[in-house]
Design a protein around this ligand. Structure first.
Ligand code: GLC
Length: 573
């Protein structure tokens, strides 16, 4: 019945990317099909049916382009430093494999999103090699080069701060100048003030769009332009700010520059050249909501979406969650839409912040998949993959080496507080089954990062068999979301807290078009106690619950939610 509830009126039907659910794959860690301990594109192809069955609609893949992964791990960023944007790194496959991947995804009626690292290249990119070769090389101006501070030139050109702390300027002996890198020293920033650079990168975007790519995740997009005169960062009254002002130093000279925001509109025009189907971009912007809104454009003519990272550390508490939903509702009303993000390849895994608790994670999934917004699920979240405590000596993350001055005991303390400097712990291989190497790679192969110890219980094969697993909870919610216009396209109203018991958060998702009116009630129990209360109304149908054997309807119109249970109800009026 519900399958037929297709919205007929195209005026009310949002574009596909507003309704979709995105799953992020870190290709190095998904599935290794050639036994080298590293995941590959064929591995992703092999698991597309799994993702389809789970109910995923869009797949974002972290970079698999040519990058200097032959170097020691501390000298490259596993794909976020590219040497050829139009080719595949051989350890992941070839252009043919990539074409096949795009086709196989589309054949399953799913979408594919690439991760575009527009801000910087690898230090080993031919462009940079040329650029650094002499001051008058034609590619010199493709990067940002300056003399050091006078007198002597032995100090960085200005007082800017890199995103990861320290100076973003690096001295290059050969031409006795400094180059700028917003992130790590081997990731030199392209100079977007050079029209040739802009042209090249916009052409690149078109190149992939023509190949059928459905969207882009834009890596540190807020670092694209810097102050043209490279003026010093001014002081601010803020010790820290969401816009990355640090220790009273403003970041506005090298982050979130107005020209970056303008360029995002150019990017939008470029992707809008492709209509059938429409394409989208989601920006990685570590900034305050007012800044993020500038990227989206007053008239929604900028980036289609931005990650919102406030949810990363969201406390599982009805009041706090309600506050965040209300904030997003206020700041991102139609035609804007928030995003719901709980993890990615840089962040401490959410379930470990929830102390490994499956029940809480189910509720977290219920929130993510029923609140208004585009959900981004990070691989392994659906089976409760935990943050691994990878030995620092085995770290594969260049940031670990950047922060090598931090003693290892401090890393452990930070880890206990649900944070991490090294990003290895959230990048360990996907756990497919309980065999050696968790089915990620053949037994006996040394995997690029160790397998997280809890893989014996937390793996796909085990959870597929258990209808009460986290995996099946995700699957139920993804399926209901897809079938239910109010959940993927409706508006949201919070049920006033005084109408519900303490610790229960409720909201109504509503959708109306010429064919139908739909009111979907979501009730979430943010406590470890069973709660009974009078139902807000009596004529409900249970669509799904985080609990497999849910029985929320009690006698006399009473309702019952078990600890950390979340339910979705359809009002039948
Ligand atoms: C982004 C990526 C991160 C990468 C950095 C530099 O923050 O998410 O993994 O290291 O940009 O490209």
């Amino acid at each position: 019945m519900q399958e037929k509830m297709i919205i007929q009126n195209s005026n009310t039907s949002p574009p596909w990317w507003k309704k979709t659910t995105v799953y992020q794959i870190y290709p190095r860690s998904f599935l290794d099909t050639n036994g080298n301990g590293i995941g590959d594109l064929n591995g992703i192809i092999a698991k597309l049916d799994y993702l389809k069955d789970l109910g995923i609609e869009t797949i974002w893949i972290s970079p698999f382009f040519k990058s200097p992964t032959w170097k020691p791990y501390k000298e490259h960023d596993c794909g976020y430093d590219i040497i050829n944007y139009r080719d595949v790194n051989p350890e992941y496959g070839s252009l043919e494999t990539l074409d096949m991947l795009i086709k196989e995804i589309h054949d399953r009626d799913m979408k594919i999103v690439f991760d575009m690292v527009l801000n910087h290249t690898s230090i080993d990119h031919e462009w940079f090699k040329e650029s650094r070769s002499s001051r008058d090389n034609p590619k010199r101006d493709w990067y940002i080069w300056r003399d050091g501070k006078k007198p002597g030139g032995k100090k960085p050109p200005n007082n800017w701060r890199a995103v990861i702390s320290g100076s973003p300027w690096h001295y290059d002996k050969k031409t006795d100048q400094w180059y700028y890198a917003a992130f790590l020293n081997f990731q030199p920033d392209l100079n977007y003030r050079n029209p040739d650079v802009q042209q090249e990168m916009l052409d690149l975007v078109r190149f992939w769009l023509k190949k059928g790519v459905d969207g882009f995740r834009l890596d540190i997009i807020n670092a694209l332009f810097e102050d043209e005169a490279l003026r010093d960062s001014p002081l601010t009254f803020k010790l820290f700010s969401e816009d990355m002002d640090v220790f009273f130093k403003s970041s506005r000279m090298n982050l979130n520059h107005p020209d970056t925001i303008e360029f995002c509109k150019k990017l939008r025009k470029t992707i809008d050249e492709f209509h059938d189907p429409s394409r989208f971009m989601v920006g990685e912007i570590m900034a305050s909501i007012p800044t993020i809104k500038k990227y989206l454009g007053k008239n929604a003519d900028g980036l289609n979406l931005s990650f919102l990272f406030k949810s990363l550390n969201l406390t599982m508490n009805a009041k706090k969650v309600s506050k965040l939903i209300q904030l997003y509702e206020k700041k991102f009303p139609e035609p804007f839409i928030p995003t719901w993000v709980f993890g990615n390849h840089d962040m401490f895994r959410r379930i470990s912040k929830l102390k490994g608790r499956m029940a809480k994670s189910k509720l977290n999934a219920a929130l993510q998949l029923t609140a208004r917004g585009v959900p981004f699920i990070y691989y392994g979240e659906e089976i409760g993959m935990e943050q691994a405590d990878v030995n620092l000596k085995e770290s594969r993350d260049p940031l670990t080496y950047h922060f090598s001055w931090i003693p290892s005991f401090a890393h452990s303390i930070i880890h206990k507080f649900g944070q991490s400097i090294a990003r290895d712990g959230c990048r360990t291989p996907m756990q497919w089954d309980d065999t050696e190497n968790a089915g990620f790679s053949l037994p006996g192969v040394k995997t690029w990062l160790p397998i997280t110890p809890s893989y014996k219980e937390r793996n796909v094969a085990a959870q597929e068999k258990d209808p009460d697993s986290l995996f099946h909870c995700y699957k139920r919610f993804l399926s209901i979301r897809k079938k239910t216009p109010a959940l993927h396209s409706g508006n949201l109203k919070i049920i006033p807290s005084k109408e519900l018991p303490k610790n229960i958060l409720g909201y109504i998702r509503s959708f109306t078009d010429q064919k139908q009116e739909q009111d979907i009630y979501v009730l979430l129990n943010f406590s470890n106690k069973t709660i009974r209360f009078m139902a807000p109304r009596t004529n409900f149908e249970l669509l799904t619950s985080t609990a497999f054997n849910s029985n929320p309807f009690q006698q006399n119109g009473e309702m019952m939610l078990t600890p950390w249970e979340g339910i979705v109800l359809k009002s039948t009026r």
